[in-house]
Design a protein around this ligand. Structure first.
Ligand code: PEP
Ligand code: MG
Length: 608
């Protein structure tokens, strides 16, 4: 820092100062993670940190202290503006009383003693402003915390909240209004929660790159849903990248390049063009019939989070919605919308996609998709095995019934189907069906229309459900296999733990066998089976799944054209032979190699 004329720059905005500083020091760094969503993006990074921020400590030469104080002033201004904006938002949405908490926060920023002490600390210690702010505030918090008084204790919480925000602003990663900050930026984060990404739409954010995650973690699914590139499991990217740094994201290969060279940018320009041309080839077949070369009809549907408009689904050639992840609606507002609000959302899809079907999955909240501490435990040891989905709905029948009535009402406008997530056995399916019957009675009493023959299905994503699928099939009209969860529970591999991502194997013989067994048992009972996990989007597995007899594949909308293109190139008889071969293999690698060879034999992508 001492190399720069800090005194002269003291009035410069902080971001401009950092830009000046980094001009001469750009070294290209390539980082490798897991490719989570395809595409190439190039642009400025925005560091969005969740966990406690580590406070840097370094000496500031005497002539630089004016600049430190100017940064302090600027951060206070920014923090005040953010808090006031939040205050106004809360006041208009919830009322003045709720907004008063932010008045207390603003008072902390006006506290003369605290501000003066911080200035003295900079002058006396000669250390950077972040360190000094942290030190003074910690002193305050410790002093207040030792006083046994509820009012004072609350002030400690206020001071802690404000100081966190202030420090983040000082270090260039403010955290308010995520969707606004994300605009035209590459979001760099440890991980992103469902609620942070729930409001994002296509075109708002350039890309996601995260330290944690896997290809089936929430942020990856969301990135594919809003069609932005993403690379996850980079481990240390949040400590290597600062807000404003230039990044290049390669969501095909799982690479992130900090300070890309001109030559690399040009190469990626060509790659992007080639991929776009390929997508155009796929897209040109999107509206052709979904059928194999030997004339077997297929059904390719869309997985949605409620952000993809129905007309875009039609453009991609989706034959309806095979999985509507309704929890996204709840996560967007972090609350439970009433029946009417839900009804309007479901109806809009059902009506516009009619006569195609819309499979609406009831709430799969909880686990990694929890909303609050009120309904869901804050810190479950094993969230994926915890209080989630149907377990929650059966304990909260009123919330469940609101949703069921909304879905039922939408069925008066087109073909709606209901499916329950995380069914582990027959009693849960029967209990859910019982509540559904009560919801139907409510509507009959109110005189509101619904399809009395609405079909109900069970998701098969827990091994216990798979092994009792013959019993479940007696009480529902279809199955939908959620391979994302089924794989994690079959193999005891947490689907979001990148440390063991190599063990998360769709090509594991047990996974292949259990999917085949579920399809066979459903067909024996005369009910159809869809596959809605990420396996269905994978060109290696799609032929295998249809060869096993899956009646529908439900995919990320943007992947439908590619999978349709592929399936139109193969014969169903070949897909069936592939299954016969693979089902007897005992090791995952041989299965993978065989699937890959099948793919290469059937699709010459370079000549597409
Ligand atoms: C699945 O588990 O495969 C699935 C489709 O559900 P989700 O990814 O939403 O858990
Ligand atoms: Mg699931």
């Amino acid at each position: 820092m001492g190399r720069y004329p800090l005194g002269e720059n003291a009035s410069l905005p902080v971001s401009l100062f950092y830009n000046l500083m980094s001009q001469s020091e750009k070294v290209e760094i390539v980082m490798r993670g897991i490719a989570a969503s395809p595409g190439v993006a190039h642009g400025p990074a925005f560091l969005f940190l969740q966990k406690e921020v580590e406070i840097p400590s370094y000496e500031i030469p005497e002539q630089g202290r004016g600049f430190e104080l100017a940064r302090f002033e600027q951060a206070i201004l920014e923090t005040r503006m953010q808090i006031s904006a939040m205050r106004n938002e809360i006041a208009s949405e919830l009322g003045e009383e709720e907004a008063q908490i932010f008045d207390a926060h603003l008072l902390v920023l006006d506290d003369k003693a605290l501000l003066e002490e911080t200035v003295h600390e900079v002058e006396n210690s000669g250390l950077n402003i972040e360190y000094c702010v942290h030190k003074v505030i910690t002193r305050y918090i410790e002093a207040f915390a030792s006083i046994d008084d509820d009012y004072i204790k609350e002030r400690v919480t206020d001071i802690r909240d404000v100081s966190r925000r202030l420090l983040r602003n000082l270090m260039g990663h403010a955290d308010f209004s995520f969707s606004k900050l994300a605009e035209n930026k590459i979001i760099v984060s440890e991980d992103l929660t469902p609620s942070e990404t729930a409001n994002l739409e296509k075109g708002t954010v350039l890309a996601f790159v995260t330290d944690e995650g896997s290809s089936t973690s929430h942020v990856s699914i969301m990135a594919r849903s809003i069609e932005v590139p993403a690379v996850v499991a980079l481990h240390t990217i949040t400590s290597q990248v600062h807000t404003g740094d230039t990044l290049l994201v390669d969501g095909y290969e799982g690479l992130v390049i900090l300070n890309p060279t001109e030559a690399r940018l040009q190469r990626y320009g060509r790659i992007k063009l080639e991929k776009e041309q390929l997508q155009q080839v796929y897209q040109s077949e999107a509206c052709k019939p979904a059928e194999t070369r030997d004339g077997q009809s297929l059904v390719l549907m869309a997985n949605i989070e409620g952000v993809t408009p129905p007309d875009r689904l039609i453009k991609y050639g989706a034959q309806g919605v095979g999985l509507f992840r309704t929890e996204s609606i709840f996560l967007r507002d972090m609350s439970f919308p009433d029946e009417e609000t839900q009804f309007q959302i479901y109806k809009s899809y059902v009506e516009q996609l009619n006569p195609q079907s819309v499979f609406i999955r009831t709430l799969d909240l909880g686990g990694d998709k929890s909303t609050d501490g009120k309904y869901f435990p804050d810190n479950e040891g094993n969230p994926f095995m915890g209080f989630r989905a149907i377990r929650f709905c059966l304990e909260q029948p009123e919330i469940f019934k609101d949703q069921l009535r909304a879905i039922l009402r939408s069925s008066a406008y087109g073909k709606t189907k209901i499916m329950y997530p995380m069914i582990s056995g027959l009693p849960e399916l029967l209990a859910a069906n019982k509540i559904l019957e009560e919801a139907k009675e409510d509507l009959l009493e109110r005189g509101q229309a619904f399809d009395p023959h609405i079909q109900v299905g069970s998701m098969i994503e827990i091994p216990s459900a798979a092994y009792t699928s013959d019993l479940l099939a007696e009480h529902c009209q279809f199955f939908s296999i959620g391979t994302n969860d089924l794989i994690q529970y079959m193999l005891a591999v947490d689907r979001v733990n990148d440390r063991i991502a190599h063990l998360y194997q769709p090509n594991h013989p047990a996974v292949i066998r259990i999917i085949k067994a579920v399809i066979d048992s459903a067909h024996k009972k005369g009910i159809p089976v869809g596959i809605c996990g990420e396996m269905a989007c994978d060109p290696l597995y799609a032929p295998l799944l249809i060869g096993m007899g899956a009646d529908e594949l439900s995919l990320m909308p943007v992947r439908i054209p590619e999978i349709k293109y592929l399936l139109r190139k193969i014969k169903m008889s070949d897909a069936r032979s592939l299954v016969e071969k693979v089902i007897n293999y005992g090791d995952a690698q041989t299965i993978y190699d065989t699937l890959r060879q099948f793919y290469l034999d059937h699709v010459n992508i370079t000549n597409a």
